[in-house]
Design a binder for this molecule. Structure first.
Ligand SMILES: C[S@@+](CC[C@H](N)C(=O)[O-])C[C@H]1O[C@@H](n2cnc3c(N)ncnc32)[C@H](O)[C@@H]1O
Length: 474
């Protein structure tokens, strides 16, 4: 297949890594590698993607960029969020007080494990004008990760109620919260009556409606609802990414029924659950109509072990594909290739090589939810190289011929020679799917994790351990 050229880099600093694998999954659903073995494409060329629970705009805008720009998919992308969770504003504190709180956040979250320097943080104001949380970011494998501190409020994490508060941090935040809420109250009064004086936001940065505004910049509309509307005239893909974890376990299947209510025959429902012992993605397809409507599991992916269970069309059996050996093999070859080309002194240091290995492995393990193909591999390589610690020496260099930007997404330097030649790319070697012939395994012999297929009319159950005997010969 023709390589894509001039593909813009994914700005991975904003790609929450955990969702990026949706790119390779959708690609694979659209492009079965072997139509005889894999059946017809499950996903149309043109489709609508409904990103459920887009709590931060960048989570959705980064995934849209990956699908629409990098993979050039014809996608109508919309996002949804519960109306109660759509913020009224983000307020950033400026100056020394902000620094003090940043230090306090860093100290608290570093104490949970490895050193974690908080880079950025702000208050989140809810639709009632109350400060509901503090959002803070830190860097992980070259990626910017955002989390929330709920200020003593209970929240759901992996289906469990969690309460976390830190008295020292609460004490530092309290006067700021009171101050911000007072200003927000004036701001909102003025929205109703513009003759009132505008409050001063000196010492703060106020961003109103940050979710809607951030999404709109990338042409994404927000449905403020907990039951997404269907997009007409296209096959719909309903992406339920880490949303069910917000509900107690015994309510999750019923909640999925509600969220997927408006989907119709042939639509796909993709459920992703991370941060549980068996992190997984389940791909379901809606069958039948009205009272007869069911969801059929067509693929189940263990995202930690990178094992894919794929329904064999027209038969009751499943095929198991192990992605990890292939992905690791390509990652090792890429590292070899870097070792040959990068002569910076850092490269000869063992610690640096270990770090590079970690970054590349991390990007590859998050990118692939199906066997790599040329289109997805090119993007994963760009991504991995773009994230390398700066001493790697790739600034100003394009990764492949005809890239419009350098490895860091910036303008090209005076030497536009790409870092990876086509020969290097071939050397990485994609496995010929014909040669692989993965074993066909009967479903009853596969140990499969929680499944959400069933009748979306209130009868579904989260089925944790349907098949208990371990797969053999795979
Ligand atoms: C952990 S965040 C996940 C964000 C994002 N989808 C991701 O994959 O990173 C869960 C979000 O889902 C939202 N949510 C929960 N139930 C929802 C529903 N029925 N419809 C839309 N959003 C929902 C919550 O308000 C929260 O913002």
């Amino acid at each position: 297949m023709k390589a894509q050229i001039a593909v813009p880099f994914v700005d991975t600093n904003i790609i929450p890594d955990r969702n990026v694998g949706i790119g390779s999954l959708l690609w694979d659903l659209q492009n079965p590698q072997d139509p005889v073995r894999d059946g017809l494409a499950l996903l149309d060329r043109e489709f609508a993607f409904i990103d459920v629970g887009a709590s931060r705009a960048k989570v959705a805008t980064a995934l849209k960029t990956l699908l629409a720009n990098d993979l050039e998919m014809d996608v109508d992308y919309v996002a949804t969020e519960r109306v109660e969770a759509v913020p009224y504003a983000n307020v950033t504190l400026l100056g020394d007080r902000a620094e003090k709180i940043r230090g306090c956040l860093s100290a608290i979250f570093s104490s949970k494990g490895a050193a974690c320097e908080v880079k950025d943080w702000h208050f989140v104001v809810d639709r009632n004008g109350k400060v509901s949380s503090v959002a803070y970011s830190y860097h992980l494998h070259g990626n910017e990760v955002w989390e929330a501190y709920f200020m003593g409020r209970t929240f759901m994490y992996a289906g469990e109620q969690v309460e976390f508060s830190n008295p020292q941090l609460d004490a530092a935040l309290a006067p700021e919260v009171a101050e911000i809420e007072a200003r927000i109250a004036s701001e909102r009064k003025r929205e109703v009556d513009p003759s009132l004086p505008a409050p001063s936001w000196n010492g703060y940065k106020l961003e109103k409606y940050p979710l809607e505004a951030g999404l709109a910049k990338f042409g994404i509309t927000l449905q403020k609802t907990d039951v997404p509307q269907r997009i007409a005239d296209r096959q719909n893909v309903l992406f339920v990414g880490n949303v069910l974890n917000n509900y107690p376990q015994d309510e999750q299947a019923r909640e999925l029924d509600r969220i997927a209510t408006n989907m119709q025959e042939r639509d796909m429902v993709i459920v992703q659950v991370d941060e549980v012992a068996t992190a997984f993605i389940e791909v379901l397809q809606v069958k039948g109509q009205g009272a007869q409507k069911t969801r059929e599991c067509v693929r189940w992916i263990n995202t930690k072990k990178l094992e894919v269970q794929q329904r064999v069309p027209g038969s009751g059996s499943w095929r198991q594909i192990r992605l990890k050996p292939e992905v690791e093999r390509i990652a090792s070859r890429l590292i070899e290739c870097l070792g040959r080309k990068l002569s910076s002194p850092e490269w000869s240091q063992k610690n640096h090589r270990i770090l590079v290995h970690q970054y590349i492995r991390h990007v590859f393990m998050t990118f692939f939810r199906a066997l790599p193909v040329e289109e997805t591999l090119r993007i994963a390589i760009r991504e991995a190289l773009r994230r390398l610690p700066a001493e790697g020496g790739l600034k100003g260099i394009p990764v492949f011929t005809d890239d419009a930007r350098d490895a860091y997404g910036g303008a090209l330097g005076s030497d536009p020679r790409p870092f990876m030649s086509e020969a290097d790319f071939i050397h990485l070697g994609l496995t010929n799917p014909e040669a692989e012939k993965p074993p066909q395994v009967e479903l009853s012999r596969i140990k499969i994790g929680p499944r959400l297929s069933g009748e979306p009319n209130g009868a579904s159950k989260l089925d944790w351990s349907v098949f208990t005997r371990a797969a053999s010969g795979s």
